[in-house]
Design a protein around this ligand. Structure first.
Ligand SMILES: C[S@@+](CC[C@H](N)C(=O)[O-])C[C@H]1O[C@@H](n2cnc3c(N)ncnc32)[C@H](O)[C@@H]1O
Length: 235
């Protein structure tokens, strides 16, 4: 099933990695903290994180050439901002651990009359699905939010079917030394508005054991990345 336009990445592009977990970000968070932040953000999320991050969301779903009947899991579905964009002939499951964010998502689904989406409350680090369940497992703007991105990636990979796609849309630490230093400095503050500003992409990929088939820069400015991985058919 050819689900994506794939652009191979050069070996020296983004995947030379650190295996030091503390090096992924200078900031540590716990689920309770993140949950409290998003319970508060729910009312204003679409206004504050809606338009700025939307081009990346649109691009990710345009790349997602899902065959009719495909099963798609959105991890960290939030207010359901992506939900109206998924093909109506696919089965969508959206999970999130924030009841306030999920409430907004449920309102949106009802308002728009969307019938191909199930919304479930669940921790991304402990997905309640069997191995090899979904054709596409997609985490838009989630992986720099969670306490343990490597564990979440392992769960996403586990529930993805062999030959299926595991996709991350996220901001990662810049390769520009000045920007990178600034991102490390602000990361302890940005967690209070919902994300770590300094997650290291090469380190994350190496620790998660993922080798992407493509990494594309998205949004304006192009500080976010759309990272697409394919689960080995032999896995
Ligand atoms: C930045 S929002 C992204 C929302 C949406 N995917 C988007 O495109 O805007 C991150 C979402 O991840 C959820 N989240 C954070 N940690 C989580 C976890 N461990 N398990 C499930 N959801 C989590 C938050 O509640 C929030 O709704």
């Amino acid at each position: 099933m050819a689900l994506f336009d794939q652009k191979p990445i050069k070996p020296d592009d983004d995947v030379v990695a650190s295996r030091d977990s503390a090096a992924l970000s200078v900031t540590a968070v716990e689920n309770d903290f993140v949950e409290r932040v998003y319970e508060k953000l729910a009312k204003v999320y679409d206004l504050t994180f809606g338009p700025t991050l939307h081009p990346g969301r649109v691009q990710a779903i345009q790349r997602m050439i899902a065959a009719p009947g495909s099963t798609i899991l959105e991890v960290g579905v939030g207010t359901g901002i992506n939900v109206p964009m998924y093909p109506r002939d696919c089965d969508i499951v959206g999970i999130d651990f924030s009841s306030s964010m999920l409430e907004k998502a449920r309102e949106r689904v009802e308002r728009k009359g969307i019938t191909n989406v199930r919304l479930l409350q669940m921790d991304a680090a402990d997905l309640k699905f069997a191995d090899n369940t979904f054709d596409i497992v997609y985490a838009p703007y989630l992986i720099s939010v969670v306490p343990d991105p490597v564990k979440v990636a392992a769960e996403m990979h586990r529930v993805c079917k062999p030959g299926g796609h595991v996709i991350f849309l996220n901001h990662f630490r810049s390769r520009n030394p000045l920007l990178s230093r600034a991102e490390r400095m602000i990361s302890p503050f940005t967690v209070h508005i919902g994300f770590k500003a300094d997650l290291d992409l090469p380190g994350f990929l190496a620790q998660a054991g993922l080798a992407p088939v493509s990494i594309e820069k998205v949004n304006i400015p192009r500080l976010w990345s759309l990272v697409t991985c394919v689960k080995d058919r032999a896995a």
